[in-house]
Design a protein around this ligand. Structure first.
Ligand SMILES: Nc1ncnc2c1ncn2[C@@H]1O[C@H](COP(=O)(O)OP(=O)(O)OP(=O)(O)O)[C@@H](O)[C@H]1O
Ligand SMILES: [Mg+2]
Length: 175
């Protein structure tokens, strides 16, 4: 479902190209579980952001479900993202002004999922992640691990085709 060909990404600084990714070519099939390992600064988040359509590569092609992502316009890319991708961010990226409940609900609203289906999915997720009691709190009222759980619940809410998770367990207890 994912095909990367010769992906490169660099940041230019005073005319010097600092390569973060070079010659990344890989295929990820449906049902596969893939992990990306490397030291800090190796480019893991950059690669995940490209896979999640949040950043564009400098060169190369990226096909997602047969669509050439690099040639899509922004509207189409956002639609593809909303319909298929669940992203768990390294730094949570919850919306500060929204409660736990509303954060989890957001992707369901984008996907125009009806009220009763929304309620039942959110109730399931709150239950599964043991955060029912936190549903009316705001992100800054949660511990780091709890924020991470909300970020994961939000990524799962829309039942995406793929979950892209950037160090999702860094703040969680081992169980
Ligand atoms: N906007 C930017 N401008 C310049 N350099 C950047 C930018 N974003 C990332 N980089 C550089 O790209 C490199 C890779 O960063 P990235 O966040 O992908 O690493 P990582 O492998 O996820 O590291 P970590 O394990 O610490 O999360 C780093 O050296 C970083 O400084
Ligand atoms: Mg990272």
């Amino acid at each position: 479902m994912i095909e990367l060909k010769n992906i490169e990404k660099y940041y230019a600084n005073k005319g010097v190209k600092n390569y973060v990714l070079r010659h990344v070519t890989t295929t990820i099939k449906q049902g596969e579980f893939v992990s990306i390992m490397g030291p800090s600064g190796a480019g893991k988040s950059t690669l995940l952001n490209i896979l999640g359509m949040l950043e564009e590569p400098t060169y190369g092609t990226y096909e997602f479900l047969g669509e050439d992502v690099t040639s899509l316009n922004e509207r189409k890319r956002i639609e593809l993202y909303r319909n298929h991708i669940g992203f768990v961010f390294q730094a949570y990226h919850l919306i500060d002004e929204m409660t736990v409940y509303e954060n989890i609900e957001a992707p369901l609203l984008y996907k125009k999922i009806g009220g009763s289906e929304r309620k039942s999915r959110i109730a399931d997720l709150l239950d599964r992640f043991n955060i029912v009691a936190k549903k009316d709190l705001f992100p800054n009222q949660l511990s780091g691990g709890q924020q991470q759980l909300v970020g994961i619940a939000r990524a799962l809410a829309a039942q995406p085709s793929i979950i892209l998770a950037d160090e999702p367990t860094g703040n969680l207890q081992s169980a």
